[in-house]
Design a protein around this ligand. Structure first.
Ligand code: MLT
Length: 410
């Protein structure tokens, strides 16, 4: 009989957001007449902006015409998009990133999971805790995580707690990890690192020969000037970091699927013989074998986000969600609930009332307010006693949710 990858059997029964969705579906089945306000998974509610929709229509028409038809495209992404990204997301901010360091994909989730393909199984991993579950689960699948302990921690992973005790700022690792996952603005806590704080991580990585996998999916939500939009704003990061970006939360591409990964040409790892190997080369090799590129139509839509109209429309989307974020943040704080995030991020991270666990709060909020969020412990052991709400619902639903939470008996 053939064998399966045993590592998958080590995983918890379901992925965090699938578990939340399962519980919500069950609740809905039992209470079909009740309307839930969904603030759980970070899915957007605003439609895709007009500039991208027009580009989608034009690109669909291209596919109907022999002269403009596009079949297989470059696995790395079309230059019409990678050049725009390099110019507008990086060079305009004074960051030197070239088009051939950008790899367009179907999203940051896939890339942040797939990147492990080009790393050694023996690499030691560090994550901030709580953390976006994809980083942990994909390392479990690869066999890098070790065993799951009774405390909810994997033996092969170094956890860097981020709680109210340290203002949600992780301490530098002590276990000498080879690979460090950082996500800033942070999912799930919505907190940030300043440029000075991020520099300490880059310096650490350069000194210890570690790789930083930097997830910048929420950079468009940054409002404060001392918060870096890209790790490549920090000197030396080109030699120690890979960055993931997404169009999901800015332009509403959660369903269309498009993102990109920046792998600088100055970034080298070593093979088992100690020889230096370019990660840009390896990732290119991986993508050309396993991926045929994001679809032409979707890439045309992404390109349209870089036009003046597209940029304006994306900025309006972000402002819409940030208005929700500040409503949520202020509403919770007025109630005396400790909450962070929401200033440079669409996520609000709140402390559950004394003695109530994350999942108990999930049930309480769902049953008493018909509001769905995500239990903090689902993002890691240090998330116990916390809860995440997203600002991605409509303005009206957000106002209603704040009102309902206000009436909650704690
Ligand atoms: C989240 O809710 O954390 C995100 O929607 C997950 C994702 O982007 O995959």
């Amino acid at each position: 009989m053939f064998k399966i990858n045993d590592n998958f059997c080590k995983l918890p029964a379901s992925y965090l957001f699938s578990e939340v969705a399962r519980r919500l579906a069950k609740f809905k089945e039992e209470h079909p007449d009740k309307e839930i306000i969904r603030m759980g998974i970070g899915d957007v509610t605003r439609p895709i902006c007009p500039a991208a929709i027009e580009a989608l229509h034009r690109a669909a028409d291209d596919q109907a015409c022999a002269e403009r038809f596009h079949g297989y495209g470059p696995e790395q992404g079309y230059p019409f998009l990678t050049e725009r990204i390099a110019d507008i997301d990086f060079r305009a901010r004074g960051i030197e990133i070239s088009a051939d360091e950008i790899f367009v994909s179907d999203g940051a989730k896939s890339d942040s999971g797939n990147i492990g393909d080009i790393l050694s199984i023996s690499d030691k991993i560090a994550v901030t805790d709580p953390v976006y579950p994809v980083y942990i689960d994909t390392n479990v699948m690869a066999g890098r995580a070790g065993e799951l302990g009774a405390d909810g921690r994997w033996s092969g992973i170094e956890y860097l707690p981020c709680t109210a005790d340290n203002n949600f700022i992780p301490a530098l690792p002590s276990g000498n990890p080879d690979v460090i996952y950082l996500c800033y603005p942070n999912n799930p806590t919505g907190t940030t690192l300043t440029r000075t704080q991020l520099k300490q991580w880059v310096d650490y990585a350069l000194e210890h020969g570690s790789l930083i996998l930097f997830d910048a999916a929420y950079e468009a939500y940054i409002t404060e000037t001392d918060v870096p939009h890209s790790i490549f704003e920090i000197e030396g990061a080109r030699r120690c970091a890979i960055e993931f970006r997404s169009f999901s939360k800015t332009a509403g591409f959660t369903g269309l699927r498009c993102g990109y990964t920046v792998v600088p040409k100055d970034l080298y790892g070593v093979d088992s013989k100690g020889e230096r190997v370019s990660l840009n080369h390896l990732w290119n090799r991986r993508q050309t074998t396993k991926f045929n590129g994001a679809s032409y139509v979707i890439q045309r839509a992404a390109e349209a986000l870089y036009t003046p109209e597209g940029r304006q429309q994306v900025a309006e989307n972000v402002a819409y969600y940030m208005r929700n974020a500040s409503l949520l943040l202020n509403g919770l704080r007025q109630q005396g609930i400790m909450a962070v995030g929401g200033v440079n991020s669409p996520y609000i991270w709140l402390k559950t009332p004394e003695g109530i666990t994350s999942w108990q709060f999930f049930d309480k909020l769902l049953n008493e307010c018909l509001v769905a969020g995500t239990p903090g412990v689902g993002f890691g052991p240090s998330g116990e006693g916390y809860f995440r709400l997203t600002a991605f619902n409509t303005h009206e639903a957000t106002i209603e949710a704040v009102k309902r939470i206000h009436d909650l008996k704690m």
